[in-house]
Design a binder for this molecule. Structure first.
Ligand SMILES: Nc1ncnc2c1ncn2[C@@H]1O[C@H](COP(=O)(O)OP(=O)(O)O)[C@@H](O)[C@H]1O
Ligand SMILES: C[C@@](O)(CCOP(=O)(O)O)CC(=O)O
Ligand SMILES: [Mg+2]
Length: 302
């Protein structure tokens, strides 16, 4: 029996724009998904979503992981158990974490000899299939950990400050949000294309401030990024309420993270303000988590 885990992530900059090749800066967080695998007679997938065999409706990611890994190993039966601390469909990269941890667990179980770069690449191909269109960001950062710049796949300095996450509790499907942005972009390219380019430029400019650990400047730019995400239609009243609650209680930055629509926002805090920001978020009726950047990507647990 093998267990592997992989981390979720928050975006400092660049979600959605990165789907069109613009730059993004993404940060692995210390909230993980565990996938346990063992050989057995038939294929069984167990998770919070239910107990199935290969099932592309209920378990699209895990089913594709199993199918893809059949190209690297010969097996008929398999039991896969998923145990995740990441909220599902909330912008924290639960889809990438379950995919990456699943690939690595099967890699170990069958001795396939895949390297981290292979895992990130296979993970990205699965995200593309399920999501319709997907950037390599979530699967790359979940595999490698740390803070990464995409599409360059460059590691940046670790983020040392507390990260506060506010969860609206509303499920939002990344596939749907990515399709909504594509539709708006198709209808009004003269308006939406420059916004996506601006988001990419912001990531490129912010790289230097991330490496200098200048959290005040990073924060000012993240706040601008939030406005641009709102402009392309992936914001909403619940997310904005949490963003302003966080800013009003001392957050250095507060923005949507991930696909948006519902899901989560992220705030950067300092050691003194993190609890206060989390409380302000909880006072609106939403859930709050305090976490940190992790340098550890996918790993073997047992
Ligand atoms: N714990 C889990 N067990 C099984 N599948 C999961 C789990 N977490 C996430 N998934 C898969 O990922 C999908 C959500 O991915 P997505 O819409 O990209 O949102 P996000 O990645 O922001 O959480 C779920 O619908 C499910 O298919
Ligand atoms: C919107 C997007 O940029 C990030 C989606 O992240 P999440 O699935 O909401 O955690 C899509 C992508 O990069 O593939
Ligand atoms: Mg996802």
């Amino acid at each position: 029996m093998i267990t592997c885990s992989a981390p979720g992530k928050i975006y400092l900059f660049g979600e959605h724009a990165v789907v069109y090749g613009h730059s993004a800066i993404c940060c692995a967080i210390d909230i993980r998904t565990r996938v346990q695998v063992e050989k057995c007679d038939s294929i069984v997938i167990e998770s919070v979503l239910g107990r199935t065999g290969i099932d592309h409706d209920i378990h699209p990611y895990v089913s594709r992981v199993i199918e893809k890994m059949q190209e690297h190993a010969e097996f008929k039966g398999l039991r896969v158990r998923v145990d995740s601390k990441l909220p599902v469909g909330s912008g924290l990269g639960s889809s990438a974490a379950v995919t990456v941890a699943g690939i690595q667990a099967l890699n170990h179980l069958f001795g396939c000899g895949l390297q981290l770069e292979d895992i990130a690449r296979i993970g990205h191909s699965i995200e593309k299939e399920v999501q319709g269109n997907a950037s390599p960001t979530d699967t790359y950062v979940s595999t490698m950990g740390g803070v990464v710049m995409i599409p360059q796949r460059r590691k940046l300095q670790a983020l040392d400050c507390p990260i506060v996450i506010g969860n609206t509790g509303r499920f939002s499907s990344t596939r749907e949000l990515v399709a909504n942005v594509a539709k708006l972009k198709g209808e009004f390219p003269e308006i939406i294309d420059p916004i996506l380019e601006d988001i990419g430029s912001m990531s490129a400019i912010a790289e230097e401030y991330v490496n200098r650990k200048d959290y005040l400047t990073i924060g000012r730019l993240m706040n601008v990024n939030h406005g641009l995400l709102d402009a392309i239609g992936v914001g909403g009243p619940e997310l904005s309420a949490l963003v302003y609650a966080a800013r009003n209680s001392g957050a250095t930055a507060a923005k949507i993270t991930g696909a948006g629509g519902g899901g989560c926002m992220v705030a950067l805090a300092d050691e003194n303000s993190a609890q206060r920001i989390a409380k302000a978020i909880r006072d609106t009726g939403a859930e709050a988590l305090i976490t940190r950047n992790t340098g550890e990507g996918v790993r073997l647990e047992s």
